[in-house]
Design a protein around this ligand. Structure first.
Ligand SMILES: Nc1ncnc2c1ncn2[C@@H]1O[C@H](COP(=O)(O)OP(=O)(O)O)[C@@H](O)[C@H]1O
Ligand SMILES: [Mg+2]
Length: 253
């Protein structure tokens, strides 16, 4: 049984999003995000007590939107992958070759749901391996709920937007996170200053949907790409980085 009052509250919140967005592109995105099926999924998360309220939009990306919400424990981040959009083209190449996602290609909606599920699984695996990532809180269809990474009530800034007083220290923390990710048998696959949030001087890794297991045909190529991105970014900040040494640190030997 769905709670009528909660449903009406949620509906009026979402209508407010639609009205507030004067920019017609942004408004179109809001209409896309909250299609009928996604609304039903949100109700389900409300009803199961995983989410209590939906507050405001934090980010609009190519494939999904991130909102601030609350749970009875406090704030949470709600990432909604858009079902009704044509911009989901990059995904299949990540899913092809991953044994966990056999037989779902060809159906767009199923692909989106599998993608959200993949991000949730990856997040759980990294969280269990003590990687500094948001705590996964719940998943239903195309909606992922996780810990909200904030600084004084605001979304934590991306690494790229922060002036680091001690870049070498942060560099070492990132390499340590990469070691733990590798140990959990995953490669992030899109690691850069755009997918790390800085909280209390520590990098928190986000956006793990594309992460693949080490057995994936592209795992090695993406691993090297991740290492190179990080090396390049920190060397621009004056840190002495060495790709071979980083790989040794991450993989041992
Ligand atoms: N758990 C979180 N806590 C706070 N902000 C977040 C969280 N997850 C994502 N964000 C914000 O939303 C943005 C988009 O999230 P991300 O997972 O990188 O999706 P994408 O890049 O695919 O749009 C991030 O750059 C960050 O600003
Ligand atoms: Mg991102």
């Amino acid at each position: 049984m769905l709670d009528e009052k909660k449903m009406r509250l949620l509906e009026s919140k979402i209508d407010a999003f639609r009205i507030r967005e004067k920019d017609s592109d942004e408004r179109k995105v809001m209409d896309e995000v909250f299609d009928q099926e996604t609304l039903m999924s949100l109700y389900k998360l409300f009803n199961d007590g995983i989410v209590d309220t939906l507050e405001y939009s934090i980010s609009t990306g190519k494939e999904g939107n991130v909102f601030l919400g609350t749970t009875d424990e406090g704030e949470c981040a709600i990432k909604i992958y858009r079902i009704s959009t044509a911009t989901f083209k990059n995904i299949s190449k990540y899913i092809v070759g991953d044994p966990r996602f056999k037989g779902i290609l060809g159906n767009h909606k199923k692909t989106v749901m599998a993608w959200a599920q993949k991000e949730f699984k990856n997040l759980n695996r990294m969280y269990d391996a003590d990687v500094n990532v948001p705590e996964p809180l719940g998943l239903h269809n195309n909606i992922l709920v996780m810990e909200y990474i904030s600084v004084e009530g605001h979304p934590a800034p991306l690494l790229k937007d922060v002036r680091l007083p001690a870049p070498t220290k942060v560099f070492r923390q990132v390499v340590e996170s990469m070691r733990l990710i590798d140990e959990s048998d995953l490669v992030h696959g899109d690691l850069s200053e755009y997918n790390m949030l800085m909280r209390e001087g520590e990098p928190v890794i986000i956006d793990v949907g594309q992460a693949v297991t080490l057995g994936h045909p592209l795992a090695q190529e993406w691993f090297i790409r991740d290492v190179t991105n990080i090396a390049n970014y920190f060397s621009r900040l004056g840190v002495r980085t060495d790709v071979d040494k980083m790989i040794k640190k991450i993989r041992g030997g």
